[in-house]
Design a protein. Sequence first.
Length: 349
Amino acid sequence: MEKLALSEQIEFRNVTKLYGQVIAVRSLSLTVGRGEFLTILGPSGSGKTTTLMLLAGFEAPTEGDIRIAGKSVASVPSYRRDQGVVFQSYALFPHLTVRRNLEFPLEMRGIRSAERAARAERILSRVHLDGLGDRMPSQLSGGQQQRVALARALIADPPILLLDEPLGALDRNLREQMQGEIKGLHKEFGITTVCVTHDQEEALTLSDRIVVMNAGRIEQTDTPEALYDRPVSRFVANFLGDANILDDPSFAVESDTPQPDGTVAMIRPERIRISAPGATKSADADQRQHVAGTVTDMIYAGPLRRYHVAVGDNDVVIREHVAAGRQIFQIGDTIQLDWLRSDIRFVTT
Protein backbone atom coordinates (compact mmCIF):
# COMPACT_ATOMS: atom_id res chain seq x y z
CA MET A 1 0.00 0.00 0.00
CA GLU A 2 1.31 3.47 -0.95
CA LYS A 3 2.23 5.49 2.11
CA LEU A 4 1.19 9.17 2.23
CA ALA A 5 4.01 11.58 3.02
CA LEU A 6 3.75 13.04 6.50
CA SER A 7 3.61 16.55 5.08
CA GLU A 8 0.51 15.74 3.03
CA GLN A 9 -2.80 15.83 4.89
CA ILE A 10 -5.31 15.77 2.01
CA GLU A 11 -5.06 13.85 -1.24
CA PHE A 12 -7.42 13.64 -4.22
CA ARG A 13 -6.64 10.62 -6.41
CA ASN A 14 -8.06 10.84 -9.93
CA VAL A 15 -11.41 12.09 -8.64
CA THR A 16 -14.28 12.51 -11.09
CA LYS A 17 -17.77 13.73 -10.21
CA LEU A 18 -20.70 13.32 -12.59
CA TYR A 19 -24.17 14.85 -12.33
CA GLY A 20 -26.02 12.77 -14.88
CA GLN A 21 -24.08 13.33 -18.11
CA VAL A 22 -22.46 16.55 -16.83
CA ILE A 23 -18.84 16.19 -15.73
CA ALA A 24 -18.37 18.63 -12.82
CA VAL A 25 -14.84 17.43 -11.88
CA ARG A 26 -12.54 15.51 -14.24
CA SER A 27 -9.76 13.18 -13.05
CA LEU A 28 -8.63 15.59 -10.35
CA SER A 29 -5.40 14.76 -8.52
CA LEU A 30 -4.23 17.14 -5.81
CA THR A 31 -2.43 17.10 -2.47
CA VAL A 32 -2.65 19.64 0.35
CA GLY A 33 0.16 19.88 2.87
CA ARG A 34 -0.33 19.87 6.62
CA GLY A 35 -0.86 23.45 7.80
CA GLU A 36 -1.10 24.79 4.25
CA PHE A 37 -3.58 27.45 3.10
CA LEU A 38 -4.70 26.32 -0.36
CA THR A 39 -7.24 28.24 -2.42
CA ILE A 40 -9.22 26.78 -5.32
CA LEU A 41 -9.91 29.60 -7.76
CA GLY A 42 -12.05 29.60 -10.86
CA PRO A 43 -15.14 31.00 -12.61
CA SER A 44 -18.66 29.69 -12.13
CA GLY A 45 -18.95 26.13 -13.42
CA SER A 46 -15.22 25.42 -13.11
CA GLY A 47 -15.72 22.65 -10.53
CA LYS A 48 -14.20 24.47 -7.56
CA THR A 49 -17.25 24.30 -5.28
CA THR A 50 -17.92 20.67 -6.21
CA THR A 51 -14.32 19.87 -5.24
CA LEU A 52 -14.86 21.44 -1.81
CA MET A 53 -18.19 19.63 -1.35
CA LEU A 54 -16.44 16.34 -2.14
CA LEU A 55 -13.81 17.08 0.49
CA ALA A 56 -16.45 18.09 3.03
CA GLY A 57 -18.40 14.88 2.44
CA PHE A 58 -21.54 16.59 1.14
CA GLU A 59 -20.96 14.87 -2.21
CA ALA A 60 -19.45 11.48 -3.06
CA PRO A 61 -17.01 10.97 -5.95
CA THR A 62 -18.21 9.04 -8.98
CA GLU A 63 -14.69 7.75 -9.51
CA GLY A 64 -11.40 8.02 -7.63
CA ASP A 65 -10.55 8.39 -3.97
CA ILE A 66 -10.12 11.14 -1.35
CA ARG A 67 -7.71 10.54 1.52
CA ILE A 68 -7.15 12.45 4.75
CA ALA A 69 -4.05 11.61 6.78
CA GLY A 70 -3.59 8.56 4.56
CA LYS A 71 -7.08 7.10 5.09
CA SER A 72 -9.82 6.97 2.49
CA VAL A 73 -12.84 9.13 3.35
CA ALA A 74 -14.68 8.81 0.03
CA SER A 75 -17.51 6.89 1.68
CA VAL A 76 -17.35 8.62 5.09
CA PRO A 77 -20.34 10.94 5.75
CA SER A 78 -19.72 14.62 6.44
CA TYR A 79 -20.68 14.45 10.13
CA ARG A 80 -17.93 11.87 10.74
CA ARG A 81 -15.19 13.99 9.15
CA ASP A 82 -13.38 16.14 11.69
CA GLN A 83 -13.56 19.39 9.72
CA GLY A 84 -14.71 22.94 10.32
CA VAL A 85 -16.77 24.47 7.50
CA VAL A 86 -17.61 28.13 6.87
CA PHE A 87 -20.22 28.96 4.24
CA GLN A 88 -20.79 32.23 2.38
CA SER A 89 -24.25 32.46 3.97
CA TYR A 90 -22.70 31.97 7.46
CA ALA A 91 -25.32 29.23 8.26
CA LEU A 92 -25.73 30.40 11.86
CA PHE A 93 -28.72 29.11 13.84
CA PRO A 94 -31.01 32.19 13.92
CA HIS A 95 -32.86 31.02 17.06
CA LEU A 96 -29.68 30.57 19.15
CA THR A 97 -27.50 33.24 20.73
CA VAL A 98 -23.94 33.73 19.54
CA ARG A 99 -22.68 31.78 22.55
CA ARG A 100 -25.06 28.88 21.92
CA ASN A 101 -24.08 28.84 18.24
CA LEU A 102 -20.47 28.42 19.33
CA GLU A 103 -21.22 25.79 21.95
CA PHE A 104 -23.38 23.65 19.67
CA PRO A 105 -20.56 21.71 17.90
CA LEU A 106 -18.93 21.08 21.29
CA GLU A 107 -22.22 19.80 22.72
CA MET A 108 -22.50 17.38 19.79
CA ARG A 109 -19.08 16.04 20.79
CA GLY A 110 -20.19 15.45 24.37
CA ILE A 111 -18.01 18.16 25.92
CA ARG A 112 -19.13 19.29 29.39
CA SER A 113 -21.00 22.54 29.92
CA ALA A 114 -18.21 24.32 31.84
CA GLU A 115 -15.62 23.49 29.18
CA ARG A 116 -18.01 24.58 26.41
CA ALA A 117 -18.54 27.95 28.09
CA ALA A 118 -14.82 28.48 28.65
CA ARG A 119 -13.97 27.68 25.03
CA ALA A 120 -16.74 29.95 23.77
CA GLU A 121 -15.40 32.89 25.78
CA ARG A 122 -11.83 32.27 24.56
CA ILE A 123 -12.79 32.11 20.91
CA LEU A 124 -15.10 35.15 21.20
CA SER A 125 -12.16 37.12 22.53
CA ARG A 126 -9.91 35.88 19.73
CA VAL A 127 -12.30 37.07 17.00
CA HIS A 128 -12.87 40.41 18.78
CA LEU A 129 -16.48 39.74 19.77
CA ASP A 130 -16.09 40.07 23.55
CA GLY A 131 -19.39 40.88 25.23
CA LEU A 132 -21.55 39.85 22.27
CA GLY A 133 -22.20 36.26 23.33
CA ASP A 134 -25.80 36.92 24.36
CA ARG A 135 -26.82 38.58 21.11
CA MET A 136 -28.82 36.86 18.39
CA PRO A 137 -27.26 36.57 14.91
CA SER A 138 -29.81 39.07 13.53
CA GLN A 139 -28.41 41.69 15.92
CA LEU A 140 -24.93 41.46 14.37
CA SER A 141 -23.43 43.09 11.31
CA GLY A 142 -22.34 40.97 8.34
CA GLY A 143 -18.71 41.13 9.42
CA GLN A 144 -19.60 40.11 12.98
CA GLN A 145 -21.69 37.18 11.72
CA GLN A 146 -18.75 36.03 9.60
CA ARG A 147 -16.50 36.15 12.67
CA VAL A 148 -19.00 34.00 14.56
CA ALA A 149 -19.05 31.50 11.68
CA LEU A 150 -15.25 31.35 11.72
CA ALA A 151 -15.20 30.97 15.50
CA ARG A 152 -17.74 28.13 15.37
CA ALA A 153 -15.65 26.32 12.76
CA LEU A 154 -12.50 26.66 14.87
CA ILE A 155 -13.84 26.09 18.37
CA ALA A 156 -13.49 22.29 18.28
CA ASP A 157 -9.86 22.48 17.06
CA PRO A 158 -10.46 20.59 13.79
CA PRO A 159 -7.36 19.58 11.81
CA ILE A 160 -8.97 20.89 8.57
CA LEU A 161 -10.88 24.10 7.86
CA LEU A 162 -12.99 24.48 4.70
CA LEU A 163 -14.06 27.93 3.49
CA ASP A 164 -16.75 28.23 0.81
CA GLU A 165 -16.69 31.78 -0.65
CA PRO A 166 -16.30 33.03 2.94
CA LEU A 167 -16.20 36.76 2.16
CA GLY A 168 -18.52 36.93 -0.84
CA ALA A 169 -21.38 38.58 1.08
CA LEU A 170 -19.27 41.41 2.51
CA ASP A 171 -18.51 44.84 1.06
CA ARG A 172 -14.98 45.68 -0.08
CA ASN A 173 -13.72 47.28 3.16
CA LEU A 174 -15.07 44.43 5.30
CA ARG A 175 -13.60 41.86 2.89
CA GLU A 176 -10.15 43.39 3.23
CA GLN A 177 -10.50 43.49 7.03
CA MET A 178 -11.65 39.88 7.19
CA GLN A 179 -8.85 38.75 4.85
CA GLY A 180 -6.39 39.96 7.47
CA GLU A 181 -8.39 38.24 10.21
CA ILE A 182 -8.49 34.90 8.36
CA LYS A 183 -4.78 35.10 7.61
CA GLY A 184 -4.03 35.82 11.27
CA LEU A 185 -6.22 32.95 12.48
CA HIS A 186 -4.58 30.54 10.05
CA LYS A 187 -1.13 31.54 11.25
CA GLU A 188 -2.16 31.24 14.89
CA PHE A 189 -4.03 27.92 14.69
CA GLY A 190 -1.92 26.30 11.95
CA ILE A 191 -4.96 24.49 10.55
CA THR A 192 -4.83 22.99 7.08
CA THR A 193 -7.21 25.26 5.16
CA VAL A 194 -8.90 24.81 1.79
CA CYS A 195 -10.74 27.87 0.49
CA VAL A 196 -12.93 28.23 -2.59
CA THR A 197 -13.37 31.64 -4.21
CA HIS A 198 -13.74 33.42 -7.54
CA ASP A 199 -12.07 36.55 -6.12
CA GLN A 200 -8.51 36.78 -7.48
CA GLU A 201 -7.35 39.37 -4.95
CA GLU A 202 -8.63 37.25 -2.08
CA ALA A 203 -6.78 34.20 -3.40
CA LEU A 204 -3.52 36.11 -3.88
CA THR A 205 -3.74 37.65 -0.39
CA LEU A 206 -4.58 34.54 1.63
CA SER A 207 -2.94 31.57 -0.03
CA ASP A 208 0.25 29.57 0.24
CA ARG A 209 -0.75 27.95 -3.06
CA ILE A 210 -3.54 28.53 -5.56
CA VAL A 211 -5.27 25.95 -7.76
CA VAL A 212 -6.82 27.51 -10.87
CA MET A 213 -9.66 25.37 -12.24
CA ASN A 214 -11.46 25.53 -15.57
CA ALA A 215 -14.15 23.19 -16.92
CA GLY A 216 -13.62 20.68 -14.10
CA ARG A 217 -9.86 20.42 -14.57
CA ILE A 218 -6.82 21.98 -12.93
CA GLU A 219 -5.22 24.52 -15.26
CA GLN A 220 -2.27 25.34 -12.97
CA THR A 221 -1.20 25.00 -9.33
CA ASP A 222 1.51 27.19 -7.84
CA THR A 223 2.33 29.92 -5.34
CA PRO A 224 0.46 33.22 -5.81
CA GLU A 225 3.58 34.99 -7.06
CA ALA A 226 4.50 32.23 -9.51
CA LEU A 227 0.94 31.98 -10.86
CA TYR A 228 0.73 35.70 -11.45
CA ASP A 229 4.21 36.10 -12.88
CA ARG A 230 4.43 32.83 -14.83
CA PRO A 231 0.98 31.69 -15.97
CA VAL A 232 1.11 28.69 -18.30
CA SER A 233 -2.03 29.42 -20.32
CA ARG A 234 -4.03 32.32 -21.70
CA PHE A 235 -6.89 31.31 -19.38
CA VAL A 236 -4.76 31.57 -16.22
CA ALA A 237 -3.13 34.82 -17.38
CA ASN A 238 -6.52 36.44 -18.04
CA PHE A 239 -8.28 35.04 -14.98
CA LEU A 240 -5.59 36.01 -12.47
CA GLY A 241 -5.39 39.75 -13.03
CA ASP A 242 -5.12 41.76 -16.24
CA ALA A 243 -2.97 40.40 -19.06
CA ASN A 244 -1.89 41.89 -22.36
CA ILE A 245 -1.97 39.13 -24.96
CA LEU A 246 0.17 40.32 -27.86
CA ASP A 247 -1.26 38.13 -30.60
CA ASP A 248 -1.26 40.55 -33.55
CA PRO A 249 0.82 38.53 -36.07
CA SER A 250 2.15 41.73 -37.65
CA PHE A 251 3.64 42.91 -34.34
CA ALA A 252 7.13 41.59 -33.59
CA VAL A 253 7.62 40.86 -29.90
CA GLU A 254 11.17 40.99 -28.60
CA SER A 255 12.06 38.58 -25.79
CA ASP A 256 15.13 37.26 -24.00
CA THR A 257 13.88 33.71 -24.59
CA PRO A 258 12.71 31.93 -27.77
CA GLN A 259 8.95 31.65 -28.26
CA PRO A 260 7.76 28.03 -27.96
CA ASP A 261 5.41 26.65 -30.61
CA GLY A 262 1.72 27.01 -29.85
CA THR A 263 2.14 30.02 -27.54
CA VAL A 264 1.43 33.76 -27.59
CA ALA A 265 3.32 36.57 -25.88
CA MET A 266 1.92 38.11 -22.70
CA ILE A 267 2.93 41.00 -20.45
CA ARG A 268 1.29 42.39 -17.32
CA PRO A 269 -0.01 46.01 -17.43
CA GLU A 270 2.16 47.23 -14.54
CA ARG A 271 5.32 46.10 -16.34
CA ILE A 272 4.79 48.65 -19.13
CA ARG A 273 5.94 52.27 -18.99
CA ILE A 274 4.17 55.06 -20.85
CA SER A 275 5.83 58.30 -21.87
CA ALA A 276 5.66 61.12 -24.40
CA PRO A 277 7.42 60.66 -27.74
CA GLY A 278 11.04 61.74 -27.52
CA ALA A 279 11.20 61.36 -23.72
CA THR A 280 14.63 60.64 -22.26
CA LYS A 281 15.35 56.94 -22.31
CA SER A 282 16.28 55.07 -19.14
CA ALA A 283 19.71 53.62 -18.32
CA ASP A 284 18.44 50.12 -19.18
CA ALA A 285 17.04 51.18 -22.58
CA ASP A 286 19.08 48.50 -24.37
CA GLN A 287 17.16 45.83 -22.41
CA ARG A 288 13.76 47.20 -23.42
CA GLN A 289 11.45 47.05 -26.38
CA HIS A 290 10.16 50.49 -27.43
CA VAL A 291 6.95 50.88 -29.44
CA ALA A 292 4.68 53.73 -30.48
CA GLY A 293 0.95 53.71 -29.84
CA THR A 294 -2.23 55.79 -29.64
CA VAL A 295 -4.27 56.26 -26.46
CA THR A 296 -7.80 54.93 -27.00
CA ASP A 297 -9.06 55.29 -23.40
CA MET A 298 -7.96 56.61 -20.02
CA ILE A 299 -9.67 55.61 -16.76
CA TYR A 300 -8.99 57.23 -13.38
CA ALA A 301 -9.37 54.72 -10.54
CA GLY A 302 -8.18 56.44 -7.37
CA PRO A 303 -4.57 55.44 -6.77
CA LEU A 304 -4.21 54.04 -10.31
CA ARG A 305 -4.65 55.40 -13.81
CA ARG A 306 -5.47 52.86 -16.51
CA TYR A 307 -4.66 53.49 -20.16
CA HIS A 308 -5.75 51.55 -23.23
CA VAL A 309 -3.31 51.98 -26.10
CA ALA A 310 -3.58 50.73 -29.68
CA VAL A 311 -0.32 49.15 -30.82
CA GLY A 312 -1.00 47.67 -34.23
CA ASP A 313 -4.05 45.47 -33.71
CA ASN A 314 -3.17 44.94 -30.03
CA ASP A 315 -5.19 46.68 -27.30
CA VAL A 316 -2.47 47.22 -24.69
CA VAL A 317 -3.49 48.06 -21.11
CA ILE A 318 -1.13 50.01 -18.85
CA ARG A 319 -1.60 50.64 -15.15
CA GLU A 320 0.43 53.34 -13.44
CA HIS A 321 0.22 54.87 -9.98
CA VAL A 322 -1.18 58.38 -9.79
CA ALA A 323 1.56 60.75 -8.67
CA ALA A 324 2.07 64.51 -8.56
CA GLY A 325 3.87 65.85 -11.61
CA ARG A 326 3.28 62.75 -13.74
CA GLN A 327 2.12 63.56 -17.25
CA ILE A 328 -1.48 62.64 -18.02
CA PHE A 329 -2.27 61.47 -21.54
CA GLN A 330 -5.61 61.91 -23.25
CA ILE A 331 -7.55 59.90 -25.83
CA GLY A 332 -5.95 60.34 -29.24
CA ASP A 333 -2.45 61.17 -27.93
CA THR A 334 0.48 59.49 -29.62
CA ILE A 335 2.70 58.01 -26.93
CA GLN A 336 5.73 55.78 -26.39
CA LEU A 337 5.56 52.45 -24.58
CA ASP A 338 8.49 50.38 -23.36
CA TRP A 339 9.03 47.25 -21.32
CA LEU A 340 11.82 44.91 -20.38
CA ARG A 341 12.23 42.05 -22.81
CA SER A 342 12.70 39.78 -19.75
CA ASP A 343 9.13 40.62 -18.63
CA ILE A 344 7.59 38.94 -21.68
CA ARG A 345 5.96 35.59 -20.92
CA PHE A 346 4.67 32.98 -23.35
CA VAL A 347 1.36 31.25 -22.64
CA THR A 348 -0.48 28.46 -24.41
CA THR A 349 -3.57 29.40 -26.34
